[in-house]
Design a protein around this ligand. Sequence first.
Ligand code: AMP
Ligand code: ZN
Length: 460
Amino acid sequence: MDLHLYNTLTRQLERFTPARPDRVTMYVCGPTVYNYAHIGNARPYTVFGVLAKLLRDQFGHLDYARNITDVDDKINAAAAERGVGIDVVTAQYTEAFHEDMAAVGVVGEFAPNLEPRATAHIPGIVRMCERLIASGHAYAAEGHVLFNVDTYEGYGRLSRRTVKEMIAGARVDVAPYKRNPADFVLWKPSTADLPGWESPWGRGRPGWHIECSVMAEEHLGQTIDIHAGGADLKFPHHENEIAQSVCAHGGAEFARLWMHNGFVTIEGRKMSKSLGNVLLIKNLREQAPAEALRYLLLNAHYRQPLDWSDSALKQAKTTLDRLYGGLRDLEDVDASGVSVEADSVKAALADDLGTPQALAALSELSRDVQKAEGPAARASAKARLLAAGSWLGLLQQSPQDWFQSGNASIDVARIEALMAERQQVRERRDFARADAIRNELTELGVVIEDTPQGARWKLL
Ligand code: AMP
Ligand code: ZN
């Protein structure tokens, strides 16, 4: 099966082929651990996790690295405020991040197998700075090491910006020691109260961008197949990663394919700490089952914005209620020995991670299950639905667990029974009873939609 992915660098859909089929590599920029993760942060790890599973299936393996940024000025500020070391802050939020990721199903084949931490790579960072200085791409000034953007002609290629636009966009410090105002920091000095490491330029700490270049090189090699992250990382972070890595490696390509997810928004505005409109995963998990969070994250195509709302979350949960309700009806059916392929779901995902189409295919398979007659047909329909769900990390718990873990604020079985009865009485043209059923459903908070494919229900 061919895998087609949209490459931000070429602005084209491309058929994916790894540089070396025996070693497929992917790097996704990881979190800066100074706070709890919000649901926007979960988007790249959820969607690119689905990609990781596809790649692992297709090539038999994948080296997938997702770093932890555990030295950063925001971490320093959080630690200083609490009067503790940065390791206390980063340990706490790394653990919380792992808990959140596990809850939303970013585990196993959906998770990275490499999780490098920036602070464990300081010697490599110093060496890359030295290499860049030796080759004339970087220079030391007043305890800093800066990358000189004039020395790399590809600068701006990914984000398609000119250096002038980049200076305006990044609101860069126009420090007197910079050769070009767009030059960016590879290493910076630390005062005694800040974390720091000894270096040829005095005690200091790394800039954010070089951490990823070094971790990618150390764990995945000079050229990686896929590099991904949120669209806000295109510039300056990814642009700077490219400049550093290409120049440190004598011109070798850094990443062959770049992928960027769109933003989770609230009422059309990007969810971000600076706007103060974040919804933390840990709080959302109290509001809805984590699988519903995952469903909603997959419900929009990864390159499109995803507008988060209570009603969208409720709808995601209702859909899962319906899917698990269908599986509950098949509890007596043993599908364990049936071998099936989830072709429709896989095909949707292989087309630039078409998760909305994959979810539609999942619902279609669920309808097939309801229509299937006879033990063999029911077993194979159930097996197909479960196999399809496994590609998305959905429907993998037992229906009892889903309904018992406090998820079911509604009685799906009762609703489904009323829907079925309404169908029968309408066929008998007993409209009085049909109306009575509709009223009963309204009291349960359910609205009925009559469609050409039959009646459907959803929660108000
Ligand atoms: P950070 O910890 O801020 O570096 O962010 C971790 C990841 O979340 C990065 O890949 C960001 O691009 C991504 N991200 C941050 N905010 C959003 C958002 N509102 N929607 C989607 N992705 C986001
Ligand atoms: Zn990065």
